[in-house]
Design a protein around this ligand. Sequence first.
Ligand code: AMP
Length: 641
Amino acid sequence: MSLAADPSGAYQAFYRRSIDDPEGFWAEQAQLIDWQQPFTQVVDTSRPPFAKWFVGGQTNLCHNAVDRHAAAHPDRAALIWVSTEVDQTRQWSFAELQREVEAMAAILRAQGIGQGDRVLIYCPMVPEAVFGMLACARLGAIHSVVFGGFASHSLAGRIDDCAPKLILSCDAGSRAGKVQAYQPLLEEALRLCAHQVPKLLWIDRGLVPIEWRTDRDLDYARERERVAGERVPCVWLESNAVSYTLYTSGTTGRPKGVQRDVGGYAVALAASMKHIFDGRPGETYFSTSDIGWVVGHSYIVYGPLIAGMATLMVEGLPTRPDPGIWWRLVEQYKVSVMFSAPTAVRVLRKADPKYLHEADLSSLRALFLAGEPLDEPTARWIRDELGRPVIDNYWQTETGWPILTLARGVAPMQERLGSPGVPMYGYRCVLVDPETGAELQEPGQKGVLAIDHPLPPGCLQTVWGDDERFVKTYWSSIPGPQRYSTFDVALRDADGYTFILGRSDDVINVAGHRLGTREIEESISSHPGVAEVAVVGRADELKGQVAVAFVVPKDSAALEGEGAQVLQQGVMHCVQSQLGAVARPAQVITVAALPKTRSGKLLRRAIQAICESREPGDLSTIEDPAALMALAERLRQTGAQ
Ligand code: AMP
């Protein structure tokens, strides 16, 4: 560990203890939450790469996030919801939040939902989605939140995989003042999937009419009246019961359901709120993410509430009604900890800095940024303008909380621009050569960032319904000893700071959203005019990366001119309607052929390099160099290079 990052050496001692004495370390951290029944074993590592944390302990996420604070501080603010889209603000104290969650739990219970049953939540940023998540946690039901920006095809795949008994959804969301109806997308998804969903519970915001099907649909407002006053106790769950699944993209076209436990997750979040985010009970936490992503799960919903903080949830864009909105919210709600993404900061950087300076930000202690690489100019700008520490933190849907960052709640630590920091307690991070599996010890050596077994509490237990996929995907890609691969390439400098250089697989990161290029390719392949397709990520100043699709038309008349334009629009529409606007390529380029190896493998990295005006690298295996040259020429013509 570096002296530069940790001048006092206090973090190093803390980290070492987590690695040398994980049982003692985590048993101590486990005291940050309530246990109905104490655990008998801190960690069971008898079946690697699986790990079970706090075996035999009984607890409940909702109890720790809501009930215990409602008992101790009933009137303290718990959830603050601001919508700049529908111009509304609502606030719940812990006692009020408990009542709302009990009402939602009573509605679910009346539909026969209990421990282990799945509930899919497909909602915009509405408070009822949070009630739904916490109600599931209360009952021991497993929630699976699907990002509201995903469209029918993505949704259908997730419905089929988690087979929910009920879907909680909403008439509509709103983005930049444009109402987006959810029902047509959900109905289409239900047509596409094989699983029959018995019940849909609708939140009617009055934005668009809902077409009710009486045998299937429930009206949340009406059901809420029906269950008024019913009490629903928390179900005590063994620590390793499943709390939720959250789908994420990988190398294949089929998203994986990241599955998480109850006790380990609660402890990991409670510990991170203390040691990393330094959030204190009674203060306000503001994460600008969406509940559909892991940051939303961990740091809009569970983390801040477990820590006894108010969580500020915002439906709206950072630039509406003007780019000062987030800073005014920080002032108004005296936010002490804020969490956002580099893309949002890049958007705000384009606006007049007066917006930032007009607000009183004295309550704010630090800004945390994650989800994508934080470039130095963006980091420097926001740090200088805010005059507060800006803390990059690197993690994944799979881990649920930061892998690399600075634990400022443990000791004063020094940030270094361009690096998220150092390994967090509990993570046995190693850099390895992806070809040989050899550990890389020298500063500056590039390798895949891997983590040795066991992963700390809070990380994924497995892939939902597919232990084999969990082992094969995450624990078998590196030769040598079994290690978890992050699929990120990284290097460590002489002071021990780790720098993330990019993905080693076919995952791209668009404005902090993780997308699999295979998923986008599969969607484009379903277009009748497309013979072949390759999707790559191209560096983008604002969004970090954007998707670019190279399409070989079935009909060569669609290579140029009007035919090409029609095909390009058709492809864009296809992706938008199947996967959602987040996955829509920034550019669709028609080409006569795609560059491949002699064994028929797509030379995706070479295509990407050309898109980013870099050398295409080793081309010794290329079947037809002319295809690559033609592609480069095509890019030049379109002005994309
Ligand atoms: P997700 O699972 O959607 O959170 O995406 C995780 C991936 O996003 C990581 O594997 C990285 O590729 C990237 N990522 C997340 N946070 C950072 C960060 N702070 N710096 C660089 N890359 C990041």
